[in-house]
Design a binder for this molecule. Structure first.
Ligand code: UFG
Length: 331
Protein backbone atom coordinates (compact mmCIF):
# COMPACT_ATOMS: atom_id res chain seq x y z
CA UNK A 1 0.00 0.00 0.00
CA UNK A 2 1.57 3.29 -0.98
CA UNK A 3 0.74 6.92 -1.66
CA UNK A 4 1.35 8.46 -5.07
CA UNK A 5 2.24 12.14 -4.84
CA UNK A 6 1.87 14.09 -8.09
CA UNK A 7 3.99 17.22 -8.16
CA UNK A 8 6.12 15.83 -5.34
CA UNK A 9 9.18 17.79 -6.50
CA UNK A 10 7.42 21.12 -6.04
CA UNK A 11 7.09 23.46 -3.06
CA UNK A 12 4.12 21.92 -1.27
CA UNK A 13 4.42 18.42 -2.74
CA UNK A 14 8.00 18.02 -1.51
CA UNK A 15 6.87 18.80 2.06
CA UNK A 16 4.20 16.11 1.68
CA UNK A 17 6.76 13.55 0.58
CA UNK A 18 8.94 14.33 3.63
CA UNK A 19 5.94 14.12 5.97
CA UNK A 20 4.88 10.76 4.53
CA UNK A 21 8.41 9.42 4.95
CA UNK A 22 8.50 10.76 8.52
CA UNK A 23 5.22 8.91 9.15
CA UNK A 24 6.72 5.66 7.82
CA UNK A 25 4.50 5.51 4.74
CA UNK A 26 5.51 4.12 1.36
CA UNK A 27 5.54 6.93 -1.17
CA UNK A 28 6.21 7.39 -4.87
CA UNK A 29 6.35 10.59 -6.88
CA UNK A 30 5.42 11.59 -10.40
CA UNK A 31 6.56 15.02 -11.57
CA UNK A 32 7.50 16.48 -14.96
CA UNK A 33 10.00 18.89 -13.34
CA UNK A 34 8.67 21.99 -15.11
CA UNK A 35 8.58 23.88 -11.80
CA UNK A 36 9.84 21.19 -9.43
CA UNK A 37 13.38 20.05 -8.63
CA UNK A 38 14.68 16.49 -8.70
CA UNK A 39 16.84 17.24 -5.65
CA UNK A 40 13.73 18.14 -3.66
CA UNK A 41 12.72 14.44 -3.59
CA UNK A 42 14.79 12.24 -1.25
CA UNK A 43 16.80 9.49 -2.97
CA UNK A 44 14.94 6.61 -1.32
CA UNK A 45 11.63 7.66 -2.91
CA UNK A 46 10.64 6.13 -6.26
CA UNK A 47 10.61 9.02 -8.68
CA UNK A 48 9.07 8.97 -12.15
CA UNK A 49 9.71 11.93 -14.40
CA UNK A 50 6.51 12.10 -16.41
CA UNK A 51 3.49 14.23 -17.04
CA UNK A 52 0.44 13.45 -14.93
CA UNK A 53 -1.56 13.40 -18.17
CA UNK A 54 0.51 10.41 -19.35
CA UNK A 55 -1.95 7.65 -18.49
CA UNK A 56 0.46 4.84 -19.36
CA UNK A 57 3.08 6.16 -16.93
CA UNK A 58 0.53 6.80 -14.19
CA UNK A 59 -1.03 3.33 -14.52
CA UNK A 60 2.39 1.73 -14.38
CA UNK A 61 3.28 3.55 -11.17
CA UNK A 62 -0.05 2.68 -9.56
CA UNK A 63 0.30 -1.01 -10.38
CA UNK A 64 4.00 -1.30 -9.58
CA UNK A 65 3.68 0.39 -6.19
CA UNK A 66 0.27 -0.90 -5.09
CA UNK A 67 -1.02 2.65 -4.74
CA UNK A 68 -4.21 3.04 -2.69
CA UNK A 69 -4.23 6.84 -2.39
CA UNK A 70 -3.19 9.70 -4.60
CA UNK A 71 -2.28 13.20 -3.42
CA UNK A 72 -2.57 15.45 -6.44
CA UNK A 73 -0.46 18.63 -6.28
CA UNK A 74 0.78 18.85 -9.86
CA UNK A 75 -0.57 21.84 -11.74
CA UNK A 76 -0.07 25.41 -12.81
CA UNK A 77 -0.57 28.02 -10.11
CA UNK A 78 0.16 31.54 -11.37
CA UNK A 79 -3.08 33.53 -11.51
CA UNK A 80 -2.05 36.24 -14.06
CA UNK A 81 -0.45 33.59 -16.29
CA UNK A 82 -3.79 31.75 -16.30
CA UNK A 83 -5.44 34.89 -17.67
CA UNK A 84 -3.03 35.06 -20.62
CA UNK A 85 -2.94 31.28 -21.17
CA UNK A 86 -6.36 29.94 -20.18
CA UNK A 87 -6.18 26.86 -22.40
CA UNK A 88 -2.81 25.92 -20.94
CA UNK A 89 -4.33 26.12 -17.45
CA UNK A 90 -7.44 24.15 -18.39
CA UNK A 91 -5.13 21.54 -19.88
CA UNK A 92 -2.66 21.26 -17.00
CA UNK A 93 -5.17 21.60 -14.19
CA UNK A 94 -8.47 20.29 -15.53
CA UNK A 95 -7.75 17.92 -18.43
CA UNK A 96 -4.80 16.28 -16.65
CA UNK A 97 -6.83 15.92 -13.46
CA UNK A 98 -9.59 14.24 -15.44
CA UNK A 99 -7.01 11.79 -16.77
CA UNK A 100 -5.72 11.04 -13.25
CA UNK A 101 -9.22 10.55 -11.86
CA UNK A 102 -9.97 8.18 -14.72
CA UNK A 103 -6.78 6.23 -13.92
CA UNK A 104 -7.99 5.94 -10.31
CA UNK A 105 -11.35 4.57 -11.39
CA UNK A 106 -9.81 2.16 -13.89
CA UNK A 107 -7.15 0.82 -11.52
CA UNK A 108 -9.22 0.82 -8.32
CA UNK A 109 -7.42 3.62 -6.44
CA UNK A 110 -10.18 4.69 -4.08
CA UNK A 111 -8.77 7.81 -2.44
CA UNK A 112 -7.65 11.15 -3.79
CA UNK A 113 -6.61 14.33 -2.01
CA UNK A 114 -6.73 17.32 -4.31
CA UNK A 115 -5.00 20.70 -4.05
CA UNK A 116 -7.76 23.20 -4.56
CA UNK A 117 -7.58 26.88 -3.81
CA UNK A 118 -9.28 29.85 -2.19
CA UNK A 119 -9.30 31.28 -5.72
CA UNK A 120 -12.53 29.31 -6.28
CA UNK A 121 -14.30 32.00 -4.19
CA UNK A 122 -13.16 34.84 -6.48
CA UNK A 123 -13.89 38.13 -4.75
CA UNK A 124 -16.22 36.99 -1.98
CA UNK A 125 -19.00 39.33 -0.87
CA UNK A 126 -18.41 38.23 2.73
CA UNK A 127 -15.30 37.47 4.75
CA UNK A 128 -14.38 35.09 6.28
CA UNK A 129 -15.55 32.42 3.86
CA UNK A 130 -16.93 28.99 4.70
CA UNK A 131 -17.09 26.05 2.31
CA UNK A 132 -20.72 27.05 1.68
CA UNK A 133 -19.79 30.55 0.48
CA UNK A 134 -20.74 30.64 -3.22
CA UNK A 135 -17.88 29.86 -5.58
CA UNK A 136 -17.32 32.42 -8.30
CA UNK A 137 -13.74 32.27 -9.62
CA UNK A 138 -12.47 35.35 -11.40
CA UNK A 139 -9.46 33.70 -13.10
CA UNK A 140 -9.00 30.65 -15.33
CA UNK A 141 -6.76 29.33 -12.54
CA UNK A 142 -9.62 29.34 -10.04
CA UNK A 143 -12.07 27.99 -12.62
CA UNK A 144 -9.68 25.19 -13.65
CA UNK A 145 -9.47 24.04 -10.01
CA UNK A 146 -13.22 24.36 -9.42
CA UNK A 147 -13.94 22.24 -12.49
CA UNK A 148 -11.72 19.53 -11.02
CA UNK A 149 -13.67 19.72 -7.76
CA UNK A 150 -16.83 19.10 -9.78
CA UNK A 151 -15.30 16.13 -11.60
CA UNK A 152 -14.27 14.65 -8.25
CA UNK A 153 -17.76 15.17 -6.81
CA UNK A 154 -19.47 13.52 -9.76
CA UNK A 155 -16.97 10.65 -9.93
CA UNK A 156 -17.39 9.95 -6.20
CA UNK A 157 -21.14 9.79 -6.79
CA UNK A 158 -20.85 7.34 -9.68
CA UNK A 159 -17.94 5.12 -8.56
CA UNK A 160 -16.32 3.47 -5.57
CA UNK A 161 -14.03 6.47 -5.11
CA UNK A 162 -13.65 9.14 -2.43
CA UNK A 163 -11.85 12.44 -2.33
CA UNK A 164 -10.94 15.38 -0.15
CA UNK A 165 -10.43 18.71 -1.90
CA UNK A 166 -8.45 21.14 0.25
CA UNK A 167 -8.95 24.80 -0.59
CA UNK A 168 -5.62 26.37 0.27
CA UNK A 169 -5.45 29.95 1.46
CA UNK A 170 -2.02 31.65 1.35
CA UNK A 171 0.60 28.97 1.85
CA UNK A 172 3.95 30.23 3.15
CA UNK A 173 6.96 29.28 5.25
CA UNK A 174 9.20 26.24 4.97
CA UNK A 175 10.02 22.95 6.64
CA UNK A 176 11.21 23.83 10.20
CA UNK A 177 14.01 21.26 9.76
CA UNK A 178 15.29 23.12 6.69
CA UNK A 179 14.79 20.21 4.27
CA UNK A 180 12.53 22.02 1.79
CA UNK A 181 10.86 25.32 1.03
CA UNK A 182 9.74 27.58 -1.80
CA UNK A 183 12.63 27.08 -4.23
CA UNK A 184 11.27 28.62 -7.41
CA UNK A 185 13.05 31.94 -8.04
CA UNK A 186 10.14 32.98 -10.27
CA UNK A 187 7.61 32.73 -7.42
CA UNK A 188 5.94 36.09 -6.88
CA UNK A 189 4.24 35.51 -3.53
CA UNK A 190 4.43 38.10 -0.78
CA UNK A 191 6.65 36.13 1.59
CA UNK A 192 9.00 35.17 -1.24
CA UNK A 193 9.28 38.81 -2.34
CA UNK A 194 9.97 39.84 1.26
CA UNK A 195 12.67 37.19 1.76
CA UNK A 196 14.41 38.08 -1.48
CA UNK A 197 14.44 41.72 -0.42
CA UNK A 198 15.66 40.87 3.09
CA UNK A 199 18.60 38.96 1.62
CA UNK A 200 19.41 41.70 -0.88
CA UNK A 201 18.58 39.52 -3.91
CA UNK A 202 15.96 42.13 -4.81
CA UNK A 203 16.53 45.79 -4.14
CA UNK A 204 12.96 46.39 -2.91
CA UNK A 205 9.51 44.86 -2.73
CA UNK A 206 6.38 46.50 -4.08
CA UNK A 207 3.22 47.03 -2.06
CA UNK A 208 0.39 46.45 -4.52
CA UNK A 209 -2.16 49.04 -3.42
CA UNK A 210 -2.65 50.98 -0.19
CA UNK A 211 -6.17 52.17 -0.94
CA UNK A 212 -8.22 49.09 -0.09
CA UNK A 213 -11.01 49.28 2.46
CA UNK A 214 -9.09 47.36 5.09
CA UNK A 215 -7.66 48.36 8.47
CA UNK A 216 -4.49 49.86 6.97
CA UNK A 217 -5.40 50.09 3.27
CA UNK A 218 -3.50 46.95 2.17
CA UNK A 219 -4.93 43.53 1.32
CA UNK A 220 -5.66 40.95 4.01
CA UNK A 221 -4.76 37.28 3.54
CA UNK A 222 -4.89 34.16 5.69
CA UNK A 223 -1.27 32.94 5.64
CA UNK A 224 -0.90 29.27 6.57
CA UNK A 225 2.40 27.55 7.32
CA UNK A 226 3.17 24.86 4.75
CA UNK A 227 3.76 22.25 7.49
CA UNK A 228 0.26 22.84 8.85
CA UNK A 229 -1.16 22.54 5.36
CA UNK A 230 0.63 19.20 5.08
CA UNK A 231 -0.84 18.24 8.45
CA UNK A 232 -4.27 18.72 6.89
CA UNK A 233 -3.28 16.37 4.03
CA UNK A 234 -2.11 13.70 6.49
CA UNK A 235 -5.37 14.06 8.42
CA UNK A 236 -7.31 13.79 5.14
CA UNK A 237 -5.37 10.65 4.18
CA UNK A 238 -6.24 8.88 7.46
CA UNK A 239 -9.82 10.09 7.15
CA UNK A 240 -10.24 8.69 3.64
CA UNK A 241 -8.49 5.40 4.45
CA UNK A 242 -10.87 5.03 7.41
CA UNK A 243 -13.82 5.36 5.04
CA UNK A 244 -14.58 9.08 5.51
CA UNK A 245 -17.04 10.75 3.18
CA UNK A 246 -15.88 12.91 0.29
CA UNK A 247 -15.86 16.65 0.79
CA UNK A 248 -14.34 20.07 0.38
CA UNK A 249 -12.40 21.76 3.19
CA UNK A 250 -10.91 25.21 3.67
CA UNK A 251 -7.28 25.27 4.82
CA UNK A 252 -6.34 28.45 6.60
CA UNK A 253 -6.07 29.69 10.18
CA UNK A 254 -9.29 31.70 10.20
CA UNK A 255 -7.58 35.05 10.65
CA UNK A 256 -5.60 37.26 8.34
CA UNK A 257 -2.94 39.91 8.24
CA UNK A 258 -2.39 42.87 5.96
CA UNK A 259 0.59 43.37 3.68
CA UNK A 260 1.90 46.04 6.06
CA UNK A 261 1.52 43.70 9.04
CA UNK A 262 3.47 41.03 7.17
CA UNK A 263 6.23 43.53 6.43
CA UNK A 264 6.29 44.59 10.11
CA UNK A 265 6.58 40.93 11.16
CA UNK A 266 9.54 40.42 8.82
CA UNK A 267 11.25 43.56 10.14
CA UNK A 268 10.67 42.47 13.74
CA UNK A 269 11.74 38.83 13.32
CA UNK A 270 14.79 39.58 11.18
CA UNK A 271 15.58 42.83 12.97
CA UNK A 272 16.17 44.67 9.73
CA UNK A 273 14.42 47.30 7.65
CA UNK A 274 12.78 46.16 4.40
CA UNK A 275 12.98 48.51 1.44
CA UNK A 276 9.41 48.93 0.14
CA UNK A 277 7.98 50.86 -2.79
CA UNK A 278 4.32 51.75 -3.32
CA UNK A 279 2.78 50.38 -6.51
CA UNK A 280 -0.63 50.25 -8.14
CA UNK A 281 -3.17 47.63 -7.22
CA UNK A 282 -2.54 44.27 -8.85
CA UNK A 283 -5.39 43.18 -11.12
CA UNK A 284 -7.67 40.58 -9.57
CA UNK A 285 -6.57 40.99 -5.93
CA UNK A 286 -9.56 40.68 -3.58
CA UNK A 287 -9.24 43.11 -0.63
CA UNK A 288 -9.69 40.34 1.92
CA UNK A 289 -9.54 36.56 1.76
CA UNK A 290 -9.81 34.79 5.11
CA UNK A 291 -11.06 31.29 5.83
CA UNK A 292 -13.41 29.73 8.27
CA UNK A 293 -11.53 26.46 8.69
CA UNK A 294 -13.60 24.83 11.44
CA UNK A 295 -14.74 22.00 9.16
CA UNK A 296 -11.19 20.67 8.63
CA UNK A 297 -10.65 20.71 12.40
CA UNK A 298 -13.93 19.02 13.34
CA UNK A 299 -14.30 16.52 10.47
CA UNK A 300 -10.68 15.70 9.58
CA UNK A 301 -9.33 16.20 13.10
CA UNK A 302 -6.75 18.67 11.81
CA UNK A 303 -4.78 20.54 14.50
CA UNK A 304 -2.49 23.31 13.24
CA UNK A 305 0.79 23.71 15.14
CA UNK A 306 2.43 26.77 13.58
CA UNK A 307 -0.29 29.44 13.66
CA UNK A 308 2.26 32.18 14.14
CA UNK A 309 3.38 34.68 11.51
CA UNK A 310 6.82 34.89 13.15
CA UNK A 311 7.36 31.16 12.60
CA UNK A 312 6.30 31.50 8.97
CA UNK A 313 8.77 34.35 8.51
CA UNK A 314 11.66 32.65 10.31
CA UNK A 315 11.31 29.33 8.44
CA UNK A 316 10.89 31.10 5.08
CA UNK A 317 14.02 33.14 5.79
CA UNK A 318 16.06 30.13 6.90
CA UNK A 319 15.14 28.33 3.69
CA UNK A 320 15.89 31.32 1.47
CA UNK A 321 19.36 31.51 3.07
CA UNK A 322 19.98 27.81 2.37
CA UNK A 323 18.89 28.28 -1.24
CA UNK A 324 21.00 31.36 -1.64
CA UNK A 325 24.09 29.60 -0.28
CA UNK A 326 23.56 26.81 -2.84
CA UNK A 327 23.33 29.32 -5.67
CA UNK A 328 26.51 31.03 -4.45
CA UNK A 329 28.32 27.69 -4.21
CA UNK A 330 27.25 26.76 -7.74
CA UNK A 331 28.58 30.01 -9.22
N1 UFG B 1 1.74 41.46 -2.58
C1 UFG B 1 2.45 42.64 -2.58
N2 UFG B 1 3.70 42.61 -3.12
C2 UFG B 1 4.28 41.49 -3.64
C3 UFG B 1 3.53 40.29 -3.62
C4 UFG B 1 2.27 40.31 -3.09
O1 UFG B 1 1.98 43.67 -2.13
O2 UFG B 1 5.42 41.55 -4.12
C5 UFG B 1 0.40 41.45 -1.99
C6 UFG B 1 -0.67 41.09 -3.00
O3 UFG B 1 -1.12 42.21 -3.69
C7 UFG B 1 -1.72 40.47 -2.09
C8 UFG B 1 -0.91 39.81 -0.98
O4 UFG B 1 0.36 40.44 -1.01
O5 UFG B 1 -2.49 41.47 -1.53
C9 UFG B 1 -0.71 38.32 -1.18
O6 UFG B 1 -0.25 38.10 -2.52
P1 UFG B 1 0.37 36.72 -3.00
O7 UFG B 1 0.83 36.92 -4.40
O8 UFG B 1 1.36 36.24 -2.00
O9 UFG B 1 -0.84 35.72 -2.93
P2 UFG B 1 -2.32 35.84 -3.57
O10 UFG B 1 -3.23 36.18 -2.44
O11 UFG B 1 -2.38 36.67 -4.76
O12 UFG B 1 -2.49 34.36 -4.12
C10 UFG B 1 -2.88 33.32 -3.33
C11 UFG B 1 -2.35 32.01 -3.90
C12 UFG B 1 -3.00 31.71 -5.20
C13 UFG B 1 -4.49 31.78 -5.05
C14 UFG B 1 -4.90 33.12 -4.51
C15 UFG B 1 -6.38 33.22 -4.29
O13 UFG B 1 -0.95 32.08 -4.06
O14 UFG B 1 -2.63 30.41 -5.62
O15 UFG B 1 -4.27 33.32 -3.28
O16 UFG B 1 -6.77 34.55 -4.36
F1 UFG B 1 -5.10 31.61 -6.22
Amino acid sequence: MSVLVTGGAGYIGSHMVLALLDAGQDVCVIDNLTTGYRWAVPEQVSFIEADVGDKGAVRQVIERHDVDAMVHFAGSIVVPESVSDPLGYYHNNTVNSRSLIECCVETGVKNMIFSSTAAVYGTPAVSPVTEETPTDPISPYGASKLMTEWMLRDTAFAHDFNYVALRYFNVAGADPEGRSGQSNPAATHLLKALMRTALGISDHMKIFGRDYETRDGTCIRDYIHVSDLIGAHLAALSYLRDGGESGVFNCGYGHGCTVLEAIAAVERVLDQKINVVDADRRAGDPPELVSVADKARSVLGWTPKHDDLDVIVQTAYDWEKILNARVDAAE
